[in-house]
Ligand binder design. Structure first.
Ligand code: KE4
Length: 429
């Protein structure tokens, strides 16, 4: 596979951009090799600057749920841009976007638009602290809620990939209020709550974790957390930056039938444009400025281009709920195909999947939390990753990321993915 232009661009990029990338997870640092520079994408396919074609299982880390360059979204952006790209003043489109989200997602009385998942999560945490008057919060090892200081404690995604346990620049004053324990361990939460009685403002969780590979909540786990929050007056925050509008129109709240108090969004909500959001019950949200004194702001929050992109995509998803069934069927087909061949291969593995989120862990034990994800044979994943890339299949460049399916994937694409995996496990490495 010719990679000359990516190699040259990566060398040039490192002269001007830290690590040559604008987000660490793109750097291929854990899987090795040089990152591919992408020229364009259409539907389920990426094309790099050397004109190699790949079946895309990252989809911009989630947003491209209907595939790249989805025509209604592209057209809407092109038209809206003619009327200017931002005003810094309220618009009708923002009202329509908020009303559309409220019609799709449960438990949203009020919602505030921001420009990233990080902003959404950090704002939701500040609001929970401001509303309860408490400082501490609980997050789970391996979960990633963006790069705000408070969350960079035992976090997933790039921090897990690069094994960054403590982040220089995050002060003890901040991280001391961040309590952590293992995902899927309800007793550990009960213990933390008992040790920090009336001091915990929030529990924030990825209802289906995607930043340590895909990890599902065990039976009763989320309901158990809900019960603790109700009993202890703790705000239950669902970080649905990944799961929102992906697992169902109403995200994980709808799919898993659990009500959160505050919900954060990103990725799909912006259709690839910089959009995040946080919302929830009026009783809590009305403490956000200018209604209340929990200050939160953003020059480009709700700007027309980002709004029209997200609005157009969400409308498509709302008006064609069959898309979710198609996505689930494709994910099940892929899972069953991989399961069948891996069973025959003799290689220890676990496949975790819910809806269009899926990951393979080369582990003999179930992968239910960060420790079990970290204990898997992740060096084998790195070799598998490059084998798949050579076969024209672009997986997330880390064992600590979930794969994201788009509905643009054809069954032929899925078969190619299954066959390339079969070839990998047929030959000794
Ligand atoms: P952003 O600030 O990157 O828009 O969102 C942060 C975030 C918050 N919550 C969850 C559950 C997330 O998955 C993310 C971002 N996810 C990573 C991929 N695992 C983004 C990719 C990147 O960092 O470049």
């Amino acid at each position: 596979m010719k990679l000359n232009n990516s190699i040259q661009l990566f060398s040039r990029a490192q002269q001007s951009i830290p690590g040559g990338v604008n987000s660490p997870v793109r750097a291929f640092k854990s899987v090795g090799g040089i990152p591919l520079f992408i020229k364009k994408a259409r539907g389920a396919y990426l094309y790099d600057v050397d004109d190699n074609k790949y079946i895309d299982y990252i989809n911009s880390w989630g947003p491209m749920i209907l595939g790249h360059a989805y025509e209604p979204v592209v057209k809407a952006i092109q038209e809206k841009a003619l009327d200017s790209t931002s005003f810094g003043a309220p618009t009708e489109l923002e009202v329509e976007m908020a009303e559309l989200i409220k019609s799709m997602a449960p438990n949203i009385d009020l919602i505030r638009m921001v420009s990233s998942g990080t902003e959404a999560c950090m704002s939701a945490l500040r609001l929970a602290r401001g509303y309860t008057g408490r400082n501490k919060f609980i997050k789970f090892e391996g979960c990633y809620h963006g790069h705000a200081d408070s969350f960079l404690v035992k976090a997933g995604s790039g921090l897990a990939t690069f094994n960054i346990q403590t982040v220089p620049g995050v002060t003890g004053g901040v991280s001391n209020d961040t309590l952590t324990c293992a995902y899927n361990d309800l007793e550990a939460v009960k213990k933390l709550v008992a040790e920090n009685k009336k001091e915990i403002a929030a529990i924030i969780i990825e209802p289906v974790a995607g930043n340590m590979g895909c990890i599902l909540p065990q039976e009763g786990y989320l309901a158990g957390l809900r019960k603790i929050c109700d009993e202890e007056n703790i705000i239950f925050i669902f970080d649905e930056v990944m799961t929102g509008f992906r697992l169902a129109p109403g995200g994980a709240q709808e799919r898993l039938k659990i009500n959160a108090d505050l919900i954060t969004y990103g990725k799909v909500i912006g259709a690839g444009m910089p959009v995040g959001a946080f919302g929830g019950k009026k009783e809590i949200m009305q403490h956000i400025a200018p209604l209340g004194n929990v200050y939160q702001a953003g020059t480009l929050s709700g700007n027309p281009i980002a709004m029209i992109a997200g609005y157009t995509l969400l409308k498509e998803l709302k008006n064609n709920p069959g898309i979710y069934k198609e996505l689930d069927e494709k994910a099940s087909y892929l899972r069953n195909g991989l399961d069948g061949l891996l069973k025959e291969s003799g290689q220890a593995y676990v496949i975790n999947q819910l809806g269009s989120m899926i990951s393979i862990h080369f582990s003999e034990k179930p992968v239910i939390d960060f420790a079990s994800a970290a204990a898997a044979e992740n060096s084998l994943f790195n070799t598998y990753f490059h084998h798949m890339l050579q076969a024209g299949i672009y997986l997330p460049p880390s064992a600590y990321e979930t794969w994201f399916l788009s509905n643009a994937l054809s069954y032929e694409d899925l078969d190619k993915t299954i066959e390339a995996t079969r070839k990998f496990f047929q030959h000794p490495r």
